[in-house]
Design a protein around this ligand. Structure first.
Ligand code: PLP
Length: 419
């Protein structure tokens, strides 16, 4: 459930009519709903009610906006971060360092040191040399890094190849077959408290089966590690729960997920950690755009909007579907391809789709744009960096400014040795 709904024929975000934001801030612009973020945070937490010891770390790569993070920090969420930049954001948003988990396959030594200096709660180690480096850095600082070893359970998550992370051929984690030996060697290192296992098999998962298969494998690994004398107190189950992008999509609910986790992990006797991203933020945001032109095409009309692939990359990257809705629908429909102004055919949001009939000057939204939307934006084609707005009831605030193309250009220089 979300808080974007029509009132008297006009689409609102909570109590704010979207035309007001378009008029005052301009388009394209991302619009987030605080009530929706809070509701999703609550629903996910409630789904884990049967799990006695747990920690929820929002995967902030999906929406690292400081305003959004503050909302989730207030909900008791920590953060799963994948870079030093995200780490600093999580702390700047008011999250406690001990509630931060540091994932990512390419952490630098400087980032590992930063995590230690900031006192973060856990490092998710992706391979043996990283663990060795972390132990060395921590020992030099006379600190102990709390860590878990990320394993690659070799399951097919059944999602888009580019966001599948738990197959043996993917770059993430260590093979679950070699994990016991690696765990054994890392657990001996001073500077490191290796306390458990992490996994994350992919994103936008629409079935619980691959997750369950992966968790069962990890359950066996925990038993093996304990039999070898290791103290296993934490298991990080990652994120990945899918969200509905279009009518008929029926991903597992957080409640179904929570029930499966509770069943599979009943005897594990560990603190469980979760890293939800999309399921919290996806449906809490829309990308508001204006129709620039409607142009006849060979197959169907082109609806040319002022948002483009640089603002919302998912369709170009993953052939992703985002529902397109007029802000003031007339009730009529048209068949059209929806495209942006960028000079690439990849700048296509929809092909030959039946949509609300729109004309030049009309406002429309791409739904479910709160996750992996603004965070992936670029300034390709020297376009401005898209702004973000957070709505809270009958008020809203710009939580990220539009960064004009001129500001980007001002950071460039022409060498004086080119005459
Ligand atoms: C991306 C990512 C997540 C979040 O995935 P969602 O599908 O958005 O829930 C969680 N953990 C790790 C390690 C990730 O890389």
């Amino acid at each position: 459930m979300d808080h974007f709904a029509y009132r008297d024929g006009v689409l609102y975000a909570e109590d704010i009519p979207l035309p007001r934001i378009a008029e005052e801030i301009g388009t394209p612009v991302y619009v987030y709903s605080r009530a929706t973020l809070e509701r999703h945070a609550q629903v996910f937490r409630d789904a884990l009610a049967d799990i006695p010891r747990k920690h929820i770390a929002f995967a902030i790569k999906c929406n690292p906006n400081l305003g959004v993070l503050r909302v989730l920090a207030r909900q008791g969420y920590g953060a799963d971060v994948v870079s030093g930049g995200e780490l600093e954001r999580a702390i700047a948003s008011g999250m406690a360092p001990e509630d931060i988990v540091f994932s990512g396959v390419g952490k630098t030594r400087a980032e590992l040191a930063l995590g230690l200096d900031r006192g973060i709660g856990q490092f998710n180690i992706e391979h043996e040399p990283e663990g060795v480096a972390l132990a060395e850095i921590a020992a030099r600082k006379e600190m102990t890094a709390q860590a878990v070893l990320r394993v690659n359970p070799d399951v097919d998550a059944g999602t888009h190849a580019k966001i599948s992370t738990g197959k043996a051929e993917n770059k993430f984690g260590v093979g679950i077959d070699v994990a016991p030996q690696i765990f054994d060697r890392l657990a001996r290192l001073p500077g490191l408290k290796l306390r458990g296992i992490a996994l994350h098999i992919g994103s936008q998962l629409t079935s619980l089966d691959p997750l369950e298969a992966a968790f069962v494998r990890v359950g066996r690994l925990i038993a093996d590690l304990r039999a070898a004398g290791h103290d296993i107190t934490h298991v990080d189950l990652g994120g990945g729960l899918g969200v509905p992008y279009k009518e008929g999509d029926n991903p597992p609910s957080p409640a179904d997920y929570g029930a499966m986790v509770a069943r599979v992990t009943r005897d594990w006797d560990v603190a469980l950690m979760f890293e939800p991203g999309r399921v919290i933020a996806g449906n809490a945001g829309v990308l508001l755009t204006e129709v620039l032109w409607v142009k006849p095409g060979a197959q169907s009309d082109f609806v040319i909007v002022d948002a483009a692939m640089n603002d919302l990359a998912r369709p170009a990257l993953y052939d992703a579907w985002h529902d397109f809705q007029a802000v003031r629908p007339s009730g009529e429909t048209m068949t059209a391809s929806i495209v942006g102004p960028v000079c690439e055919t990849g700048d296509t949001f929809a092909r030959d789709r039946v949509i609300d009939k729109v004309a030049a000057g009309d406002l429309a939204v791409f739904r479910t744009a709160g996750a992996y939307g603004a965070t992936m934006a670029s300034t390709y084609n020297s376009r401005s960096l898209v702004p973000e707005v957070l709505v809270d009831g009958d008020r809203y605030i710009v939580v990220a400014d539009r960064i004009p193309a001129g500001t980007i250009m001002a950071a460039e220089r022409v060498p004086d040795w080119i005459d």
